[in-house]
Each structure stands twice: as structure tokens, then as C-alpha cells.
Ligand binder design. Sequence first.
Ligand SMILES: *[C@@H]1O[C@H](CO)[C@@H](O)[C@H](O)[C@H]1NC(C)=O
Ligand SMILES: *[C@@H]1O[C@H](CO)[C@@H](O)[C@H](O)[C@H]1NC(C)=O
Ligand SMILES: *[C@@H]1O[C@H](CO)[C@@H](O)[C@H](O)[C@H]1NC(C)=O
Length: 586
Amino acid sequence: IDLVCMLVRFLSRRRRRPLFLVLDRFLEQSVAHPDKKFLVFGEESYTYSYTDLQSNKIANALRAQSGYKAGDTVAMFMGNEPSFIFTWLALTKLGSPAALLNHNIRSKSLLHCFNCCKASVLIAASDLKDAVKDVLPSLLEQNVTVLLMAKDSDTTGIQSFSEQVEEATDAPLPRSLRSHVTFKSPAVYIYTSGTTGLPKAAVVNQNRLLTALVILSSNGVKQTDIIYVNLPLYHTAGFLVGLIGSIETGTTIILKRKFSTSQFWDDCRKYNVTVIQYIGEVMRYLCSAPKRDNDKDHKVKLAIGNGIRAEIWREFLNRFGNIQIREFYASTEGNVGFVNYTGKIGAIGRVNFFHKVSVESGKCYDTELDEPVRDANGLCIETRKGEPGLLVSKITDIAPFAGYAQNEEQTERKRLRNVLKKGDLYFNSGDLMSIDEENFIYFQDRVGDTFRWKGENVATTEVSDILTICDCIKEANAYGVQVPGHEGRIGMAAVTLTDGVQFDGSKIYNHVVKCLPSYARPRFIRIQDAVEVTGTFKQIKMKLVEQGFDPGRIHEPLYIIDDRVKSYIPLTAEIYSNIQSGNIQL
Ligand SMILES: *[C@@H]1O[C@H](CO)[C@@H](O)[C@H](O)[C@H]1NC(C)=O
Ligand SMILES: *[C@@H]1O[C@H](CO)[C@@H](O)[C@H](O)[C@H]1NC(C)=O
Ligand SMILES: *[C@@H]1O[C@H](CO)[C@@H](O)[C@H](O)[C@H]1NC(C)=O
């Protein structure tokens, strides 16, 4: 019944003129309860009304910039902090799409991500100044306006923006500035590592943002709830679920710069948190932390997220008490999402009449070719109940696929044609799922050239490309390997050396640290005489993945990254057994 009410509300909002956007919901909330706390960040707290006025100031200061006009795309390069939210709201008031850059990326990847959304302005947090300086010449060459959220800047080409914001008026922004915005307009760009190459900017349009409003409310979250947001705001979970979801419910957000196992429950107690967000890794870290007497002493009643394994789920409930877990699935760019409203352990949701979903070709998914196997008629083969298969979802007017910014080739790769009938069109999620007899859906694995580590997707081709820039490496094949006691897979690379050149561990280390965020760095390197390829010259990964990093099994030279000596050092049997036993943390 709740679902029907939500659908009715969604449809009636869609009919409103002028258009009712997520911003309008925020403005309603700030009129309804101006003095209610919207954001708490450490010892600071900000009301709805303060947030509204502060975002007006940012918007007015931005309008005064000569290199910017309302509607231009602006890239935000910031961590989880109140300014992130104020700035994003300012941009929506100006009708400007916001590109949410991952603040861990640097140099080549940073420039690539910036360029793929055609932004004319970059707004960066003060602590990211060095990363901005690194790419500044290229930005200035393109006449990009570079603004730093700091009182002063000692670098030519980087303007200090905080002073301008403080001096700007907090007058509301005229609606006419955003009159060009439609439901199909890009609202934000969220970066995802797809199957190949550098990250891609998934277009989240205004319509999808509007649908994200219901994620928390449909799970029973109310205005009196307090939500703990510790996942990055530049990703779907933090941004669409935590932030956008809270705007609908009028909930107070406890914003955390990053997830911390040791502070998690203390924060929940201190702020009377009632709703938490998680990814599988978070749940595992919480469960593996030392037990405390007050583990059940908190007010958390709902956990919403994805990627929890059934055994961790049970352990979590035993240890931390009666918390409802709502596992959901939504790919950033995709047109499909599920929520487990019923609480079946392990399941991420249930196929219902809202979703026209089929899970294709489990045993018939070719992991080497990275595509579904087809039958004699060229169509995909549907998996049977219980078998893993590729999740695909029909692209329709109600479930459209907005694609990637400036990247038709990658957009096309996510479209799958001739699935069940000649001429049909589906979105390829890149995730392997299975469906049981009762239509509950379970996440199995990712397919394609990506792996997940510490909640981030890593594109193996990006890692390979970065490695081959090193003089001593001729070819590189990156992949993820499993480590006991960890979710996801840790980065590893099989490389061949340039003829007559020695392996230079410290040079590779410096290069990797400069170019890749820590979660994407290959922790292990395996030296091979030749990189194996398939008949179509695709690199063979599955065999390497299965072989892992055991020096007892692999007779080729193996190295492990060592941050203390800033180099790759030989991976000995002793190091290996310490990793297996958990004495060495990765
Ligand atoms: C940058 O601005 C200068 C001066 O206005 C102009 O000559 C140049 O073409 C611009 N460059 C780009 C890449 O737009
Ligand atoms: C949390 O709740 C308790 C009891 O209701 C209350 O005394 C306390 O002030 C609350 N703390 C915060 C930070 O709101
Ligand atoms: C899914 O629903 C079932 C039925 O309520 C419930 O027992 C289980 O706890 C739920 N799991 C989730 C994920 O809510």
C-alpha cells in the first residue's frame, strides 16, 4: 500500500508546473522547519535555513564569476564536508549540473574525469589544493575557472573563493535561472569504473534524482530520524540514498568525513543515530572489530545499503541487536533497482511487477569474452532459478538509460541488443545475480574488467595503462584477487618487463602512488615472460585470478607493495602466510 502511495505522489509531482525538482523539495522543507538541524559535522551543526542561505551565497558568488554563466556544468572536487552539500545546492539553484569528482583521484585520471563532463568551472576543497596544482596548467589552457574553498590562495590561476562567498548576498536565486531545466536535464554526473578504461561520468538526470527521493521514505524513514552518512558523497550510496533520500524525509544528517570502524558506534550513541548506511565492507569491518559490552547500546533501528553477505548479516544482528537490514541494489547509471522490503537474509530484493528484469545466461556467460553466450538464433539464454546470470533490464520510457557523458562508445557497450527477441534493447548491469524460487535476488559477482575493493570499483584497463607508462614494464594485465576475510578483490598485475631492463620496485611504487588512489593500486605484481591472450587478443584473466598470489603455487617472481620502504619487495612465503592469517593487514 505504501508503494502505491509513493507511486501516486511521484506521478502527481511529475505533473506539477513549473516543474517540481529535488531542489523544490528542499525549499519546502526549509520553509516548513527552518530551525531544524539539517547537517551535523563534528561539533558543527547547520539548520535547514542556514543551509538554504549559505547555498544562496555560494550561488551568488559564482554568478559574479566572468568565466561562468547559469546552466554551465561545474565540477566539484571535495570530500564529505558541509561545503559539498551547500555547493551542490547552489549549483541546482543556478540550473547547473554538478560533476561529482572522486576526491581520491589525481593527475591523468582527474583531468580525464574533469574533461568528460565539459565543465567550465572547478570548485575544490582547500585540502585538495596540491592535487589541483598538479593539473592546473591543463585546466588553465582550457580557460577553466579554478576556485578553491579557502580564504587565500598563493597560486596564480587558483582563486580563493571563501572570501567571495562570505561577501556575497544571501538573496534567493531567481527561478528563471533554471527555467531551462527539464526532467531529462543532467542533474549530477557520478563517476563509475565501467568495463574498460578510465572512469566514466554516468548521467543522473533530474527525473532519476526525483525517484531517488523515495529511497529512505519507502523504507519507513521519518522526519524524526537521524541518519549517519559516512559513505562518500561522490558515489550513489552517499549522494542519492543518504543526501537526496534525507531531503524527502526532512531527516537530520550526521555527516562523517569517512567511515571509521572505531568511531562508528560511539558516533551513533553521541548523535542518537537511528538509520545507518552501509556497503558490504562496512558490515564486515564492524563485525570484525573487538567486541564491546555496549555493542547493543544504541538507537539504530534501520541499516540500508548493499553487498552484505548472509553470514555477516546474521553475525551483525546477533552482535548489534535488532536492527532491520534493508539491502538494495541500484547501479549508478542503470535503469534498475530493488529493495528488499521483506528482510530475507542475503537477498537484495525481489523481482516484482515494477521491474521487467531477466537474468541471463549463467553458465552461458563467457567471462573471458566478457559477453553473454548466444544460442543458434543469436539470442541470449535465460538462466534457470538459482543459477547465476547477468542482470539485464529492458530499456523503456519509464526505465530509460541516460548513458555516459561524452562517451557514446561506452554508452553503447552497456546496451545489449537481441536479448530475448530480435530488435529488443536492454541495459547491461555488469553484475552477476541469481534469483531463487520465491523471486528473491542475490548478488553474485561483477563481470567484465572491473573488480571491487574497499567499496570502490577499479577498472583493470586503467591500472594496466598506468603501469605500462613505467619504463621497465612492457605489458601489464591487471585483475583482482580474493584475500581471506575481505570483501571484494585486491589489485594484482601480471607484467612483462621491457627487454634488457631490470624490475625497479621503487620506481614503479612512486609512479603507482602518484597516479592511482590507494584502493586501485596493484598490491601484488607477478612477472611473466609473456602475457597470455585469447584468440581475439583479449588478455586472459580468469586463470591468473584463480592462481592468486601464493608463492608456493606460482613459480614466477612475485612482489608485494610495501609502503614503509616505498617499493615493491619480493613476496616471500612468510609474508604470504602472514596475509593468510590476518597478521598483515591489506
Ligand atoms: C581561452 O581564452 C583565450 C582568450 O580569451 C582564447 O584566445 C582561447 O582560444 C581560449 N582557449 C580555449 C581552449 O577556449
Ligand atoms: C540523545 O537522546 C537523549 C535521550 O533522549 C538526549 O538526552 C540527548 O540530548 C540526545 N543527544 C543529542 C545529541 O541529541
Ligand atoms: C527481507 O525480507 C525478509 C522478510 O521480511 C526479512 O525477514 C528479511 O529480514 C529481509 N531482509 C531484508 C533484507 O529486509
